[in-house]
Design a binder for this molecule. Structure first.
Ligand SMILES: [Zn+2]
Length: 482
């Protein structure tokens, strides 16, 4: 008999240990491990693979399944409907299937192996948003398994192209609206934040997302031979405009929801932060300005209270001996609900104060040359969503139920509405007047939060379990037959 190499013995022992760990996990964590192992890094996404996996889980439990293929091979949306008696309109619970890519060499574990270590599931998407997909899916699967009678359909949606790409929920809503139409919806968004001791400090439920829009600055000058420079060089003109912009910041604009959020932070934060949050909410402009300065060291807090400005692209010149006739910079803005594109352009003109710099709305995606019809569609949709962006109400059944369930599962926490600092794919519903509430359904601390879209992304197993309680309670509250 040939001897078995030691390395083989070792690796099979490791595999055995890993499998034993897996067997001991609660169902929701097992599900997360399984779906992390399906690599849906976008591009290309490969969401169809995850759709097929989910179909095998959902179909045997009596769900109506629709897989909506997009024009891109391997990219699909997955819809599973659990039928109720139709007394009420459906609730939709949505999670994106795709994840951002990884810098593999910076991870301490294989990001697509679904490693379980020290009470955490590690892997790309653990927080954003395969953890949420696992919690949402497990809640719906459990309700189906228990055959609980329902007053409304529960629609579970696993979405493609949230992290980028054109076949996102906006695309889906235009083609299969009847499959995803609902009274209200749950999606990603707010946070359940705990401190180092594990105490849950607050649960924030997003009722609105910031909008995103890009503006292009074009400086004009004389195009000529570089041997005879002129004072109207377009690159200098653009550079001066950018220097003005760099020294400028927008004023805080607090919405009713962000006021509630900062009020909650004032109650749960240690000093001196608590006082600064209170000052931010005061009527005293000097106190507000000082609080803004202090609190804005946290870039998330800085972003939630204002329209943000970020230059992202520049384009000037085409050869070494020609002074170009124009120079361009693209500036990305993330705006508070209520800010219009016209207001933003007017504010920018005032800051730059140079008529030689033209300002116009530009595509979000990279592109030099004329705007394509697809980009124009995206820009129109962006501007529409900016104009129509209204927060989802706090006085309906789903929001009230989320608050009640969060209070029951996390009794130490303040529960507050939240303005999500970036965009999500909720706009497909909000733009049609359908309320959407967002939550990452698991308590995490700041160390966990930092790893989202970064390296060694992770979520505590125990947080997945309590998040499952929160979501199950909420779904039963609004959908179970009464
Ligand atoms: Zn996400």
């Amino acid at each position: 008999m040939r001897s078995i190499p030691a390395v083989f013995l070792l690796s099979s022992a490791l595999a055995l240990a890993a499998d034993t760990d897996y067997a001991r996990l609660p169902d929701v964590a097992k599900l997360l491990v399984d779906i992390i192992r399906i690599d849906t890094s976008n591009p290309p996404g490969n969401e169809r693979k995850l759709a097929d996996f989910l179909k095998a889980r959902f179909a045997p439990l009596g769900f109506e399944i629709d897989i909506i293929d997009t024009p891109q091979a391997g990219k699909s949306h997955f819809i599973a409907r659990l039928k109720g008696n139709g007394k009420k309109r459906p609730i939709l619970i949505a999670a994106h299937a795709d994840v951002v890519g990884v810098e593999r060499e910076k991870w301490s574990v294989d990001p697509f192996a679904g490693v379980v270590k020290d009470g955490y599931v590690l892997g790309r998407g653990a927080i954003d948003f395969k953890g949420g997909l696992a919690v949402f899916a497990q809640a719906v699967l459990d309700i189906a398994k228990k055959k609980i009678p329902l007053d409304r359909d529960i629609i579970f949606l696993s979405e493609a192209d949230e992290e980028g790409g054109q076949y996102n929920t906006r695309w889906l809503a235009e083609r299969a609206w009847d499959k995803i139409d609902c009274e209200y919806s749950l999606n990603e968004g707010g946070w359940i934040i705990k401190d180092k001791t594990g105490k849950v400090l607050y649960v924030s439920i997003s009722t609105a997302d910031k909008s995103g829009i890009s503006l292009k600055l074009t400086a004009r000058g004389t195009s000529t031979h570089s041997s005879m420079p002129r004072p109207d060089n377009a690159i200098y003109t653009l550079a001066r405009a950018l220097v003005e912009l760099g020294g400028y910041d927008t004023k805080p604009k607090l919405t009713p929801e962000t006021r509630q959020f900062f009020g909650a932070l004032a109650e749960v934060s240690p000093e001196p932060h608590a006082t600064q949050y209170r000052n931010l909410l005061s009527d005293d402009p000097a106190k507000v300005a000082a609080a803004d300065k202090f609190l804005s060291e946290d870039t998330l807090i800085h972003a939630i209270m204002r329209d943000t400005i970020a230059p992202v692209l520049m384009n000037a010149g085409f050869r070494g001996n020609v002074i170009p006739g124009s120079a361009e910079a693209t500036i990305n803005f993330r705006t508070i609900p209520g800010t219009t594109p016209e207001e933003l352009i007017a504010e920018l003109r005032k800051v730059i104060q140079d008529p030689r710099v033209e300002i116009e709305v530009a595509p979000m995606s990279l592109g030099r040359g004329p705007v394509t019809p697809e980009q124009q569609k995206q820009m129109d949709a962006m501007m529409r969503s900016m104009r129509n962006s209204k927060p989802s109400p706090q006085d309906n059944e789903l929001y009230r139920s989320l608050v009640k369930s969060a209070g029951a599962v996390y009794p130490t926490a303040k529960v507050t509405p939240y303005l999500f600092q970036a965009g999500t794919d909720s706009s497909a519903w909000r733009s049609r007047g359908i309320p959407v509430y967002g939550i990452y359904p698991y308590p995490i601390d700041h160390e966990d939060l930092k790893r989202m879209h970064g390296n060694d992304e992770r979520v505590p197993v125990s947080s997945l379990e309590s998040g499952l309680q929160l979501i199950t309670k909420t779904l039963l509250d609004v959908a179970a037959a009464k």
